[in-house]
Design a protein around this ligand. Structure first.
Ligand code: FRU
Length: 507
């Protein structure tokens, strides 16, 4: 090694040491409970994902954001961008409250044909469609304090100009009149807005995103009604060459496991009205912590979903200090036929696989009573995927625990034909009386076996069972990281197992 090379090598070692120190230093993205494979804001309050649109190789994620506190307040649209749906770059706030009110949830589209006329020099504008929520009107007891407005961007989402003619859709006197999700309906060459209007959704159409006409209503007598309807989404998905329309509707409260949750309907949409194929209530995720989720627009046939990983029951009380809330991992949606019914399945988007490190695999492990896998896998990494493939449908549980005896139990209860997540002893829960609970999700698949993927992060678990048909998302707040893994079964059970450590998205 000559002197020059030696000097360079020394510099490299120093630089790596410095970077390492930076990465391991406590601080931003290293705080207790800070998700390592999920998007969370650097600081302060976040709720619903908004304005998700894909354009020029970039996934935009806007979100309900209050930059002055870690509780809900006057809403802004925060903004982050990603090239791969996984690694996010924080951007300046996109939309601020103004004289018409706070900026509530909504969507964004690429106006390819410049129907709005906001485009310039052949540049198609991005258009955000959102609810203006007027707090003064609300306080005064008026009914029309939520109205729909638009803003446009000609620099790929960097800066936004609100339309001078706002609001573009005036409230006819309905207290809950919000969360516009807009899509292009090619068959009639018009825009369709799906809007949450109290206990139903209302469809509106427009040729230019500025003038809106009511088409029809859906759902006053259908689905779950334990709370107000919010954050709808409408999109087509194909199955065996046939197109079906999926309508997502979040409701709060009234979810299957208390509080906030998202139901869906599968049916047909003809540009005017939505006709469901089947009217039984269905949930996209049975866990307590996936709310207000919608799909990215402009992603072609792929439908990629992201939800807010919290619940209005306790969102403002969870024990994170610098920030509050994270998003789910992005999920690819698809349809599956089960016993003649068409169901919606969610699976981690394939981009997520890029985070995988070398897996630890055990084939045909026998669980007879209990099997401690910490001996085989060593201490669990901070974030990981766990895959189980069990050839029969039987009671079993996965026990994830830490050195202070806290445990998160995920399992299957055959008598109930349900998966469950038990977070009763999984860490801090004193902040809300409803938090420490066990939640169930029915096994919807007709299969005689069980396949299960868990995505475990610092303060959350996501369960995808049976090809994404039974899904649960649950947050939890362990005082020490989860390090031990144990399987439990009554009698003997055989399973293939894979534990896949995941890289942090913040490094
Ligand atoms: C859903 C929601 C929306 C509303 C937003 C306000 O979580 O209540 O209906 O637009 O949050 O932050």
């Amino acid at each position: 090694m000559n002197l020059k090379k030696g000097f360079l090598a020394a510099c490299c070692v120093l630089a790596i040491g410095f970077l390492h120190a930076q990465n391991t230093k406590p601080g931003l993205y290293h705080e207790p409970f800070r998700p390592q494979v999920h998007f969370s804001p650097p600081e302060k309050w976040m709720n619903d994902p908004n304005g998700m649109v894909y354009n020029k190789g970039v996934y935009h994620l806007f979100y309900q954001f209050y930059p002055d506190a870690t509780v809900w307040g006057p809403m802004h649209w925060g903004h982050a961008e990603s090239k791969d749906l996984i690694h996010w770059q924080q951007k300046p706030i996109a939309l601020y409250p103004d004289s018409l009110g706070y900026i509530f949830s909504g969507s964004a589209v690429l106006d390819v044909h410049n129907t709005s006329g906001f485009g310039k020099n052949g540049q198609a504008p991005l258009i955000a469609i959102f609810t203006h929520h007027d707090p003064k009107g609300e306080k005064a007891g008026k009914a029309d304090f939520q109205n729909e407005s638009i803003a446009y961007s000609l620099d790929d989402g960097k800066t936004w100009t609100k339309y001078s003619g706002n609001p573009v859709l005036k409230n006819p006197g309905i207290k809950d009149f919000r969360d516009p999700k807009v899509m292009w309906f090619e068959a009639s060459k018009k825009w369709i807005m799906t809007l949450a209007t109290k206990d139903r959704v209302t469809f509106f159409s427009s040729l230019n995103l500025k003038d809106w006409k009511k088409e029809s209503e859906f759902g006053a007598q259908l689905g779950a009604h334990g709370g107000v309807w919010e954050c709808p989404d409408l999109f087509p998905l194909s199955l065996n060459g046939k197109i079906y329309w999926v309508l997502l509707v979040s409701i709060n409260p009234g979810g299957p496991n208390q509080g906030s949750a998202t139901q869906y309907f599968v049916g047909n949409f003809n540009g005017n009205s939505f006709i469901p194929k089947n009217t039984a209530t269905k949930w996209i995720d049975y866990g307590p912590d996936n709310y207000a989720g919608v799909t990215w627009s402009n992603t072609g046939k792929r439908k990629i979903f992201l939800g807010w990983m919290s619940n209005w029951l306790y969102a403002t009380q969870v024990p994170t200090v610098k920030w509050r809330s994270a998003m789910t991992i992005p999920r690819e949606l698809s349809l599956q036929e089960v016993n003649g019914d068409i169901l919606l399945a969610s699976k981690p988007a394939k981009e997520f696989d890029a985070l995988r490190l070398s897996p630890k695999v055990v084939k045909n492990a026998q669980v007879d009573g209990s099997l401690n896998l910490t001996n085989k896998f060593g201490q669990l990494p901070k974030q990981f995927e766990l895959k189980l493939s069990i050839k029969e449908v039987k009671d079993f549980s996965i026990n994830l625990s830490n050195t202070v005896g806290e445990q998160l139990i995920i399992g299957f209860d055959k008598a109930r034909n349900s998966y469950y997540i038990d977070r009763r002893k999984a860490g801090e829960s004193s902040f809300n009386k409803d938090f420490a609970a066990i939640h169930y999700a029915p096994k919807l698949s007709a299969s005689k076996s069980i396949d299960l993927t868990l995505v475990v992060d610092a303060a959350s678990v996501e369960l995808f069972a049976d090809n994404g048909l039974s899904v649960m998302t649950s947050i939890f707040f362990p005082k020490k990281p989860i390090t031990n893994l144990q399987l439990q079964a009554n009698g003997s059970l055989f399973t293939d197992l894979e534990m896949i450590p995941l890289k942090s998205i913040w490094k």
